[in-house]
Design a protein around this ligand. Structure first.
Ligand SMILES: [Zn+2]
Length: 337
């Protein structure tokens, strides 16, 4: 079996090349003629350069440009994030979280500190925009961020790297009607735009509604949380597909997830078709993606109910989020209904 990358790297082991480690990439730049190493090794050196021995490869850093850029970006991000989290969490923000996010008081002190650090970075890194006349305040930013970051509390993450812009409307909003593209023909009536509390796009901004965000944070007993819902969609989309299955750790987890979630999704679909209510909102029967978002709302808002009605679903979500909200409800002085 050939190893193209290995062969390429060994071909670079001419005197003068420095092959530092396995992270080395295929690209470099010939100091003599400015031809990329990949081009030169691929045989184009005759066209562009004097014989190979004349190439000034010695000082070439072989990290790929993109990788080098990513490493630099990561380094800068980590530095900036460290600075952010080392600065004190404003007491007024702490009051806001305690007042508006019921789940916060159930976290232990270590988790609370971790959530506060997440909030600091999240607020700073996202582009926030108040829409429909809404003026953004600390209360809005902190309340939304605290709920969004609760989902990340115990998982490896990159602060929702697929969320850059967050648009916040004061209340229920009707999104603009989708227009047909130049080459689109109408095969079915276009879906009529209806009022929404939030919307997550694969590409594009996240839309949230402030009054619903506040209500959901303060009243978990209602079992509806637009922030958990929309950010669960963004977690789902991290692998490029909004299909109700976010990136998981291994094949066993995927297998388990598909078996349990398919079964529970069909159960909800059947109940919804018969007009029967279950512990999950019937909106979750719309698609697998909506099922995951609705299940996430219940997992954090009504964990005890979920353990009673769908213990397997609770288990796979617990393994995914690496959190046990039902345990928190059992052991904390704060209670959730
Ligand atoms: Zn949804």
């Amino acid at each position: 079996m050939t190893d193209p990358k290995g062969e390429f790297i060994s071909s670079l082991r001419d005197p003068g090349f420095v092959v530092a480690d396995s992270r080395m990439e295929y690209y470099g730049c010939c100091g003599a003629c400015n031809t990329s190493v990949k081009e030169a090794i691929g045989g184009r050196q005759e066209a562009h350069c004097s014989p190979k021995s004349h190439h000034q490869y010695a000082k070439i850093k072989l990290l790929g440009r993109e990788e080098a850029r990513n490493l630099m970006f990561d380094w800068l991000s980590n530095r900036r994030r460290k600075k952010l989290t080392e600065s004190p969490f404003p007491p007024v923000w702490e009051d806001i979280v305690r007042r508006n996010v019921a789940h916060y008081c159930m976290l232990d002190t270590v988790e609370q500190a971790r959530l506060r650090a997440l909030i600091q970075v999240f607020i700073a890194e996202k582009d926030w925009e108040g829409c429909g006349g809404l003026e953004l305040t600390d209360e809005i930013l902190v309340t939304i961020s605290a709920q969004a970051c609760l989902l990340l509390l115990c998982t490896p993450h990159n602060y929702y790297r697929n969320v850059q812009t967050i648009l916040v409307y004061p209340s229920t909003v009707v999104p603009p009607q989708r227009r047909l593209g130049h080459f689109e023909t109408v095969l079915a009536p276009l879906e009529i735009a209806h009022p929404i509390l939030g919307q997550a796009f694969q590409q594009g901004p996240l839309i949230l509604v402030w009054d619903a965000a506040l209500r959901g944070g303060r009243h978990p007993e209602l079992g509806h949380n637009v922030i958990y819902h929309e950010f669960a969609h963004k977690l789902d989309m991290l692998d490029g597909a909004a299909d109700g299955t976010p990136p998981l750790r291994n094949r066993d987890e995927y297998r388990d997830w598909v078996i349990i979630c398919s079964r529970e999704y069909l159960r909800l679909k059947n109940a919804a078709e018969r007009g029967k209510k279950t512990f999950l909102d019937a909106y979750g029967a719309t698609s697998e993606a909506e099922f995951f978002a609705v299940a996430t709302e219940q997992f954090f808002d009504q964990p005890i109910r979920m353990t009673e009605h769908a213990p397997d679903l609770y288990r796979v979500l617990k393994e995914y989020y690496r959190q046990d909200p039902a345990e928190r409800v059992h052991h904390n002085t704060c209670t959730m209904s």
